[in-house]
Design a protein around this ligand. Structure first.
Ligand SMILES: NC(=O)c1ccc[n+]([C@@H]2O[C@H](COP(=O)([O-])OP(=O)(O)OC[C@H]3O[C@@H](n4cnc5c(N)ncnc54)[C@H](OP(=O)(O)O)[C@@H]3O)[C@@H](O)[C@H]2O)c1
Length: 388
């Protein structure tokens, strides 16, 4: 069983001799013909073609090779490359450590060879120390979302097998003792119940961007009592969560009407995801418009305004910021069952992952990916690939 006392010194010792990193470098902005590019992202399995990098990820070939390799425990090294921080702070606390012990497994966990991982705003907030009261001890390997290949099984693992291609959010409770060994590493250990098999039509890059965001989108709609025939306003429809709230509301829950807010460059994107109408937040205040909604899904922190446009008896789901009645806030619970439930919608293409066209960021550029998500301008998910 992994113990903090045995692993911490290794992490700390390597932190004392940080590798030289290139300074955070923001990728260029999305070009003006964005809606077309967004359509390509939705259709293509790789955002690399959009960003001008090589179009083929060759994920299936490499995953087969890795699965073949994975048949023997002996192929798992003792150490791995991982991104680590030993103190809370800005992006520059992140260091690429070439020699971190591969995490040991608990009985109910599998060891995953990470093929792709994704960032969420919680990774940045956690690194900044906003949740330090309930965080696991430093040093930390960040990362919640993972897609990869099972290479080893704990003794109590029931269904998954070595070689399975899986994805999931590795922390059941994101703020309450999240794992010290996250997904921005070559290997990560995860409870079987938090994972599902990767949808067959998605590559690892697409799958990595889904778990935390789609679980949040689904749980929020469910907690709001959303159902067929109801209307919803999504605040921040272009972000990782909002882009999935639009799609789930429309294609899974059967919404009668979906409206979403975004800046001007993403209005067409919202419609392509299933929104009936898109509000440009730089031009109009949604609360000044006459329309009222059964549910408002606030993924930006505007609850005080959101409560003005909800119908009598309706619900306001709040992900961040101050809460005003009747709004309610919740924190997502990672749950492989939600991924299983949504699998048919993903495999049929009714619900599509949205990968930010600035990425995927290669493993060496994890700190750049952090700097990018912290601009609050990401469109869909910021993904890390290849690893390493
Ligand atoms: N409670 C939970 O369990 C939970 C779970 C997941 C996420 N969260 C929180 O929910 C929030 C959203 O997460 P996320 O991953 O979806 O974020 P995200 O992907 O980083 O959101 C970025 C998007 O926000 C848009 N945006 C910025 N200002 C806006 C405004 N005033 N109105 C509308 N859109 C705006 C940007 O579009 P433009 O560039 O066009 O402005 C950009 O596309 C974060 O604070 C996150 O920490 C909470």
């Amino acid at each position: 069983m992994m113990s903090v006392s045995t692993t911490t010194p290794h992490l700390l010792s390597s932190l004392s001799s940080p590798l030289t990193q290139s300074p955070p470098l923001l990728p260029p902005r999305v070009p003006p013909n964005f809606p077309y590019k967004v359509r390509r992202i939705l259709v293509h399995s790789t955002a690399r073609a959009v960003s001008g990098r090589p179009a083929s990820l060759r994920v299936s070939a490499s995953s087969q090779a890795m699965a073949a390799e994975a048949t023997g425990v002996s192929s798992i090294p003792a150490d791995m490359k991982a991104w680590v921080y030993g103190e809370y702070g800005r992006v520059d606390v992140l260091k690429l450590d070439p020699k971190v012990p591969v995490p040991e497994l608990k009985e109910d966990q599998v060891l995953i060879r990470v093929v792709a991982a994704a960032l969420n705003p919680v990774d940045a907030k956690r690194r900044q120390g906003k949740f330090k009261a309930t965080d696991s001890p430093l040093p930390t390997i960040p990362g919640y979302d993972v897609a990869g290949i099972v290479v080893k099984l704990g003794g109590q693992v029931k269904v998954l097998k070595v070689g399975d291609e899986v994805y999931g959010n590795i922390n059941e409770k994101p703020l309450d003792g999240p794992k010290q060994f996250g997904s921005f590493a070559e290997y990560t250990a995860v409870e079987e119940k938090l994972l599902d098999l990767k949808p067959k039509n998605l590559d690892f890059v697409q799958a990595a961007g889904l778990p935390l965001a789609i679980e949040t989108a689904y749980e929020g709609l469910e907690k709001a009592g959303f159902s067929a025939g109801k209307s919803v306003l999504v605040l921040n429809g272009s972000g990782g969560v909002g882009s999935l709230v639009i799609q789930l509301a429309k294609h899974v829950f059967g919404a009668s009407r979906v409206v979403a807010t975004s800046g001007p460059r993403n209005l067409e994107l919202l419609k392509s995801l299933g929104a009936n109408s898109a509000i440009d937040y730089t031009k109009e205040n949604f609360e000044d418009l006459p329309e009222k909604y059964d549910v408002v899904y606030d993924a930006i922190g505007q609850c005080d305004r959101a409560v003005k446009v909800v119908k009598e008896g309706g619900s306001v789901v709040v992900l961040t910021g101050a809460v005003v009645a009747p709004g309610f806030r919740f924190v997502v619970t990672s749950n492989g069952e939600v991924l299983k439930k949504l699998n048919p919608y993903l495999e049929s293409g009714q619900v599509k992952p949205l990968v930010d066209p600035q990425g995927p960021f290669p493993f060496a550029q994890v700190s750049d990916a952090f700097a990018y998500i912290e601009t609050n301008r990401a469109v869909g998910k910021v993904v890390i690939h290849p690893i390493p």
